[in-house]
Design a protein around this ligand. Sequence first.
Ligand code: GLN
Length: 492
Amino acid sequence: MSFLENLTIKKFHQGLIGREFSAVEVAKDFFSHIKEKDDKINAYLTFTKDMALETAIAVDAELDAGGNIGILAGTPLAIKDNILIENVVCMAASKILENYKSSYDATVVKRLKKAEAVFLGKTNMDEFAMGSSTENSAFKKTRNPYDIERVPGGSSGGSAAAVAVDMAIGALGSDTGGSIRQPANFCGVVGLKPTYGAVSRFGLIAMASSLDQIGPIAKTVEDAAIIFTEISGRDEFDSTSIDIDYKEDVLNPDFESTKNLKIGLPKEYFIDGIDKYISSAIGEVIQSLKSMGFEFREISLPHTKHALSCYYIIMTAEVSANLARFDGIRYSRLQNLISSASRRMTDEIQNLKNIYFKQRSDGFGEEAKRRIILGNFVLSSGYYDAYYSKAQKVRRLIKQDFNEAFKEVDIILTPVSPTPAFKIGEKIDDPLSMYLSDIFTIPVNLAGLPAISIPVKKTNGLPVGFQLIGKPFREADILGVGRYYEKNVNII
Ligand code: GLN
């Protein structure tokens, strides 16, 4: 099909430096394509056209002057709506932040600006990244480009859908329990959740700070690697970020040594209850990798069955603390309301407690409220030991399972989600079944490991991905195997 469909970061870069097209032309192409498509898909919440064109003009001017440009210069990217871009509206898809304008850049954004990437806009998501379908957005429902009756996954559903339907070359998402990998899996694109500490969280609206990581969503593993190397590394504004230079390892993998990596299959992940469509797709991937020479071994992660409950205690505890700052006074909502206030509203804001009550009741959606309440419960005196501190111990056991497994293998391969993309509305009234869609992704966040979702070679049906989990800070391993797979099954 079209020019945009085949455009990866690498191809775009080559075309740009070969002067086949200008950065401005391509940025404009993207905006017209978005105009045509996004009415149906609803991937974007906000556009940053002026900023995009300004950067594209600067990149073209550098090329005109005979200068060298970096690999991401001029590349059109989409940014999830919980990542701050200075002076751009950032709402985390929540009414409580409606029209809030960021006063500074997230570190990842600062780094992408330095690389002269072109930002097309902010993408839709589940409110404060809580969800697996993007249906929890306060503003719109994003649709799966492969079947618009289905969800794109979540919470980074807007970013995944945008990349899948060529409304951006790549995107940033965030992943607390699967929010990059699961939507990538549902939309047939690549999503990388880096090791905890690999990418700065400064300027990411926090959901659960011990689990959150920002990462790339892209069309190919190679593109994900390119974005990842630009955004990773130590940042003085995030004390959990680590000083590590990935470039050589990640960008130029040595495929000969990649082929020697041993791959583990955790028996707890290959259970009844997984959709047949998924198990046969995963079986196909294992066969392909075996025929490429990879060695497989069965491993065990015995505490997997406790991961979901452990996550829903730790995550909600952290959510309730992180969301306490949204009091309806800071971040501009009150000002919006005052200016349009009725008399009744003016009376209500006489009393501080009323302000909090009113603002938080109106401003947060149902899922956010559910989690704040759960989080306060597990942290409350009398229950703290029974739930929160117990969950922390279980988290340690889950981490130890991975440590043990990684003594035997270098990488772990699993499904990403037990089913392909489900129908819009199918799970929204059943939070437990919604929570279950992250059963294979959540343990990775609890253990702080890197993991990637890679599409099984494209079929005519709904997309399916597989997950590769790596040792801490060994993104190079999962990206290397992913690239090897991608090269040999000709995904692009
Ligand atoms: N779907 C999971 C949740 O609802 C994970 C969300 C995320 O990774 N941000 O918590």
